[in-house]
Ligand binder design. Structure first.
Ligand code: HEC
Length: 166
């Protein structure tokens, strides 16, 4: 135990401990998958977000009806289609059953886009993408499917990879 009082030995032991920890972290099998992050919009988002597209059938697929909400940062660029979405600007698409013509029944899920810093994530078109369940758990993040389709949403029909026609 006397050895532990020698700084060099202590340092060596710590380095060894770190190596062991790193090796454990790489073990497959019992490794828990990385937790998906929190939803990108607050639970009471309707208090601060504004409805920017009222209830209508989704042209993505006609089995659902959707309402789109924008947070204060996303509001102007989304509605005027001018300027830029600043990092943090958030859009929420609330989905309802396709037979719910007034979007009054239960919500089925939310899909979300949140702007990232320009040039920071070319693979995801500088947006973060989420699918969020009714229980507010993040079902998926940055799915290829989302960016694959939204990549075509450019001017004049789309705007900065948002797809909705005004
Ligand atoms: C097959 C094409 C397609 C796919 C795949 C797709 N979207 Fe969209 N998305 C659209 C279209 C079209 C709209 C315009 C509103 C509508 O008609 O539903 C839209 C609208 C949105 C909006 C509202 C803002 C806007 O663009 O006008 C959000 C948020 C959104 N999608 C997120 C997602 C996320 C997250 C995913 C992946 C989980 C996804 N989308 C997958 C086509 C698609």
């Amino acid at each position: 135990m006397l050895l532990l009082h020698l700084p060099a030995t202590r340092k060596r032991l710590c380095q060894l401990a770190l190596l062991v920890l790193a090796a454990c972290g790489n073990d497959e099998g019992d490794a828990t998958p990385p937790a998906l992050s929190e939803p990108l919009f607050p639970e009471d988002f309707r208090a601060t977000f504004q409805e920017v597209r009222n209830c209508r059938p989704s042209s993505e697929h006609d089995l659902s009806r959707v309402v789109v909400y924008a947070d204060p940062q996303a509001l102007a660029p989304y509605t005027t289609r001018e300027g830029e979405f600043e990092p943090g600007a958030t859009l929420v698409k609330e989905e309802y059953d396709g037979t719910d013509s007034s979007c009054e029944g239960p919500v089925t899920q939310w899909t979300v886009m949140q702007r990232l810093a320009a040039g920071s994530s070319p693979d995801t078109l500088d947006w973060r993408w989420q699918r969020v369940s009714l229980e507010r758990s993040v079902v998926s993040q940055d799915e290829r499917r989302c960016t694959g389709c939204h990549t075509a949403c450019r001017e004049p029909e789309g705007f900065a990879n948002t797809c909705a026609l005004p």
